[in-house]
Design a protein around this ligand. Structure first.
Ligand code: PMM
Length: 271
């Protein structure tokens, strides 16, 4: 059912994420932001300590962990369901020990060869996103003949590699990776073909929130915040396509949009 789509609220504990960098950079600010997202209706909180915006530099795993582990410990202790957004196996393991229950790896296991073992050993839900390379060079990797077929096949290859490394298939969630080595037309094409991903038989997650391609539906002078409305619309499209979760910054807008869908769906059921 469309109404069961989970809302994952984004918590970037970073000085430089493209849409909210620096706002939640202290543990206290980050925890209070997460509690606000939870109050707005987030089912999951995705905590990240390394920006993946195009062109972003890397941070060390030690720096990443010092940013996010205290936040995860506090939020998991308060009973929130926490996902860790990381490319690093060591950070994923530390986050699991701190109470995270989902590993969200935008590289699908490609950035750190030890990630599959951590996913297998912890037994956590593992989000494998489509990825072709680090942020510094991903724009140059946005070259496709048939973007849908290639993203499906590259994700299927990741599922094979992960399961061969001991990750249980029923723990894997797939994400086409909107905005990662994708031009605007690639993102729209993937959005038009979500059934190609749900047809793979694994849960599907989508992260469109505030991404550059959404600027294409807005006036040229619109700021980043204006992307929250098209983000909420994409959340509805994702839910209608059967997505397991949507990853968003503006939880309230997506929750409201999904509430509309829920009422329409239940009205459709009425005699
Ligand atoms: N996008 C970003 C970060 N993490 N994780 C998943 N699974 N899917 C995404 O699309 C995704 C992600 C980049 O957005 P941000 O810099 O605003 O967090």
């Amino acid at each position: 059912m469309t109404t069961s789509t989970l809302v994952m609220g984004v918590l970037n504990v970073t000085p430089d994420s493209f849409s909210d960098g620096g706002k939640w950079a202290t543990t206290e600010a980050a925890v209070s932001r997460a509690l606000a997202l939870h109050a707005e209706g987030a089912d999951l909180i995705d905590v990240g300590g390394e920006s993946t915006r195009p062109g972003a530099g890397r941070v060390s795993p030690a720096e990443e962990q010092s940013r996010i582990i205290p936040v995860i410990t506090e939020l998991a202790g308060q009973g929130l369901t926490i996902s860790v957004d990381t490319l690093n196996a060591g950070t994923a393991a530390a986050a699991a020990a701190a109470g995270a229950v989902i590993i969200n790896d935008v590289s699908g296991g490609l950035a750190d060869p030890r990630m599959a073992a951590v996913a297998a050993d912890t037994g956590l839900t593992y989000v494998a996103m489509h990825w072709r390379g680090h942020a510094q060079k991903m724009d140059s990797l946005a070259v496709y003949g048939d973007v849908v077929a290639e993203v499906v096949s590259e994700l299927s290859w990741r599922v094979d590699a992960l399961t061969s490394a001991g990750v249980r298939r029923d723990k894997i969630v797939l994400d086409p990776g909107l905005g990662f080595a994708k031009l605007p037309e690639h993102n729209w094409r993937l959005l038009a073909s979500l059934s190609s991903f749900t047809d793979l038989g694994l849960p599907v997650m989508l992260g469109a929130s505030r991404k550059r391609f959404l600027a294409g539906v807005l006036p040229a002078e619109a700021g980043i915040d204006a992307r929250d409305l098209p983000t909420a619309v994409v959340s509805v499209l994702a839910a209608q396509a059967g997505a397991w979760a949507v990853r968003v910054h503006d939880v309230a807008a997506t929750r409201t949009a999904l509430n509309v869908l829920a009422l329409v769906d239940s009205a459709r059921m009425e005699p």
